[in-house]
Design a protein around this ligand. Structure first.
Ligand code: FES
Length: 124
């Protein structure tokens, strides 16, 4: 409840480094995550729009706090089980709400790495 009532970092980042979407086809809820990533791959800022239930809002807020100021390699290793632990547990029916953040991050980081690879090839 605390993460829902005091949800942090909901919204967008102007000129993000990368953006990713993570959704659940079962309930159709999804989030869009915005990341500002430094040259040395640190997530300097993270925000998200949540198009989903109140548990998705709470889980996304908790997830954003967990990934901020982390290297992207460490951030992708923060999984839904870590979110469930952070929010104090979820019922089986709501566990999928904790998976939206990690899914969105994986998509955002994939795009980021592909763009970085293309930029490197253009420079050489
Ligand atoms: Fe589907 Fe919460 S994200 S019910």
């Amino acid at each position: 409840m605390k993460y829902f009532l005091e949800a942090k970092d909901l919204g967008v980042i102007d000129e993000p480094t990368t953006v990713g979407i993570g959704g659940d086809p079962g309930c159709t809820d999804y989030i869009k995550i915005y990341l500002k990533i430094s040259q040395n791959d640190i997530i300097e800022d993270a925000k998200a729009q949540v198009f989903g239930c109140h548990v998705a809002v709470a889980c996304t807020s908790a997830y954003l706090q967990l990934i901020k100021n982390k290297n992207i390699r460490d951030a992708v290793n923060i999984k839904s089980k870590d979110v469930v632990k952070e929010v104090g547990g979820l019922s089986d029916k709501k566990t999928h709400c904790s998976e939206l953040g990690p899914l969105a991050l994986e998509n955002a980081i994939s795009d980021y790495l592909i763009n970085k690879l293309y930029a490197t090839q253009e420079d050489s």
